[in-house]
Design a protein around this ligand. Sequence first.
Ligand SMILES: Cc1cc2nc3c(=O)[nH]c(=O)nc-3n(C[C@H](O)[C@H](O)[C@H](O)COP(=O)(O)OP(=O)(O)OC[C@H]3O[C@@H](n4cnc5c(N)ncnc54)[C@H](O)[C@@H]3O)c2cc1C
Length: 174
Amino acid sequence: MLFTHFGISGPIILSASSYMSANEAYKLILDLKPALSDDQLDNKLILLFEEEHLKSIGKVLENLLPKKLINMFLKSINIDYYKKACDITKFERTAIINNLKHFDLKYDSLRDIDEAIITAGGVNVKEIDPKTMESKLVKNLYIVGEVLDIDALTGGYNLQIAFSTAYQAAMNIE
Ligand SMILES: Cc1cc2nc3c(=O)[nH]c(=O)nc-3n(C[C@H](O)[C@H](O)[C@H](O)COP(=O)(O)OP(=O)(O)OC[C@H]3O[C@@H](n4cnc5c(N)ncnc54)[C@H](O)[C@@H]3O)c2cc1C
């Protein structure tokens, strides 16, 4: 997952977007530390706070988060970036763990259709002969790739659809 200048992106977001529709409202909750349970995170924080007790909480969190995220992360739970690690209360530590495991992002919208990587919809595959890619409705009309009502998750499958259907048509056009 990528944080970008407009919001979030990357393969997991592109895949998630294929299950979303433009007019729905969504909640976006990120687990920023999926490999660690709440208890493991608590132990890690206690250890970090002991080792770096004179540093600010903002600096200490560099061990766990990308630098640019830390300010926003702490603001969302009302903890001062410059508060010393040794002054962080148990209550605040719990809030940090909760925020790491359930980081709430406001969903605004999907990106514009112009930026879509693949779009669902298109010519119904039932109307196409899969051996030749010729239309069953219009003779000598071959339909391949993105124009077909086939779409897949990101990962090369859409290019494969374009290449394979184009090959099939090219080998059969008379
Ligand atoms: C930013 C981006 C990233 C992507 N990343 C991936 C990826 O990582 N993996 C993956 O599998 N897929 C990816 N895709 C999807 C993949 O590129 C498409 O599914 C695939 O290119 C579709 O191939 P196509 O030949 O059917 O259509 P296109 O590649 O769209 O080709 C259609 C061609 O027709 C031309 N054309 C349009 N109208 C006319 C006209 N009237 N007359 C003449 N020519 C016309 C267009 O200029 C274009 O060259 C990505 C797409 C985008 C936009």
